[in-house]
Design a protein around this ligand. Structure first.
Ligand code: PMP
Length: 429
């Protein structure tokens, strides 16, 4: 495979765009460097790059693309929206339709508000929780990623961990002091934090099923205990479902874990590939938000017709029967193929999978928290990533990210991917 055009474009990009990328996780820093591939077209489960190479895509644009690229129903909805004006600055009916659609399957949402990114959604939930409780501190879990606003760039996973900036420069000490970070799945550490700061905690912020140091499920009972103890301390619980909403089931991860938070932040899938975020929760909490309450949040682009249309269309596709069963079936097939190939070539791997999302870690330790994910072999992952890329398999360039399957993937695609995994492991052994 030749990457000549991609390399030329990256050289050019670096002169104009900082680091050549508009989101740092797109750089190949976490996989030993090199020029990222410049994609030109996506259709279904496939990508074509500027050099004419074809790929099976498992990046899924870091999560939003669950229907496959350019799904006809979503494309049609976006076209229709474009023809009717992409931005109004006035309320419109689609916002009502979409809000009701979300509320129907996520019972913890009495009221919602649409924004433009996951970052915005999570950032606002924290502000609203502070307004509601009159407290300032937040507890979060190491390695979870909640976007790029100041308070959550302390011991952050995903991109910041991959690039070596879990604690971002430019975040004030005062902000960092408001945030307490503890290990995921560690209820003793959580209790200890509440003992120290319980009466100062506005909110507990958590990915109910982690997607940012790989796919990591909560231990049995962990989230229920977090909820109970948080409420005893007078704090709110915020679920960051930017990755998880509509990823594993039609609805949110709260349905899977069986625990209801006070507030929920969403993004990614609910925009069908267009920019979106949404947050919501109990009425009395959400009524803190302007124009009803004193907590301010606004947005020129919020609830725009294009994102609303794409999001509604995406949910319409996901509502169809068998979608999540298919993702689970393909995911299981891929997981099994990876494990078989690893055994055949004597490579130590661990696979964490839930339905159509999985993470392959190099190492044999079970991964239940960030420290374990951090200890998995990044160099081997980098080698593997490049061997897969050369065979036409597009993955996220980081050992901390998930592989996201789409409903466009076929059994043949998965079989081909397993063959490539086998070949990569053979070269690594
Ligand atoms: N929360 C989680 C759990 C995420 O995974 C992400 C993005 N990867 C965000 C928040 C931020 O979303 P966005 O990039 O749309 O701002």
């Amino acid at each position: 495979m030749q990457f000549t055009q991609s390399e030329a474009l990256h050289k050019e990009a670096q002169q104009h765009i900082v680091g050549g990328v508009n989101s740092p996780s797109r750089a190949y820093k976490g996989v030993g460097g090199g020029s990222p591939v410049y994609m030109e077209k996506g259709e279904g489960a496939y990508f074509w790059d500027v050099d004419g190479n074809k790929y099976i895509d498992f990046l899924g644009a870091y999560g939003p693309i669950i229907t496959g690229h350019a799904h006809p129903h979503i494309t049609e909805a976006i076209k229709h929206a474009a023809e009717n004006g992409v931005l109004y600055g006035t309320p419109m009916k689609l916002e009502n339709i979409f809000a009701q659609k979300l509320k129907t399957v996520i019972p913890s949402l009495d009221k919602v508000r649409f924004v433009n990114s996951g970052t915005e959604a999570v950032m606002t939930t924290v502000r609203v929780a502070r307004a509601y409780t009159g407290r300032e501190k937040v507890i979060k879990f190491a390695g979870c990623y909640h976007g790029h606003f100041d308070a959550v760039l302390v011991q952050a996973g995903s991109g910041p961990a991959t690039l070596g900036n879990p604690d971002s420069a430019g975040v004030t000490e005062a902000t960092a002091k408001e945030v307490i970070t503890i290990p995921f799945n560690d209820i003793a550490a959580f209790k200890e934090a509440l003992e120290h700061w319980g009466d100062q905690i506005a909110a507990i912020l958590v990915e109910p099923i982690v997607g940012n140091f790989g796919i990591v499920e909560p231990a049995e009972g962990f989230l229920q205990q977090v909820n109970d103890l948080a409420h005893d301390a007078g704090a709110l619980v915020i679920y960051d479902e930017v990755i998880t909403a509509f990823r594993f089931t039609y609805g949110s991860a709260q349905k899977i874990v069986g625990v209801e938070p006070d507030m929920t932040a969403m993004g990614k899938i609910i925009g069908g590939g267009l920019p979106i975020g949404a947050y919501g929760g109990k009425a009395e909490v959400m009524e803190q938000v302007a124009p009803l309450g004193p907590a301010y949040q606004a947005g020129t682009m919020s609830g725009n017709p294009a994102s609303m249309s794409a999001g509604i269309a995406c949910l319409e596709v996901l509502e169809e029967e068998g979608v999540y069963e298919k993702l689970d079936r393909l995911g299981a097939m891929l997981e099994k193929g990876m494990l078989n190939a690893a055994e055949k070539h004597g490579i130590d791997i661990t696979v964490n999978r839930l339905k159509g999302a999985l993470t392959l870690y190099f190492g044999s330790e079970k991964i239940t928290n960030y420290a374990q994910a951090e200890a998995s072999d990044g160099e081997k992952f980098g080698q593997f990533f490049k061997l897969m890329l050369k065979q036409g398999i597009n993955l996220a360039p980081s050992k901390y990210e998930a592989w996201f399957l789409t409903i466009a993937h076929t059994e043949e695609d998965i079989q081909e991917t397993i063959t490539c995994v086998d070949q990569a492991f053979a070269e690594m052994a």
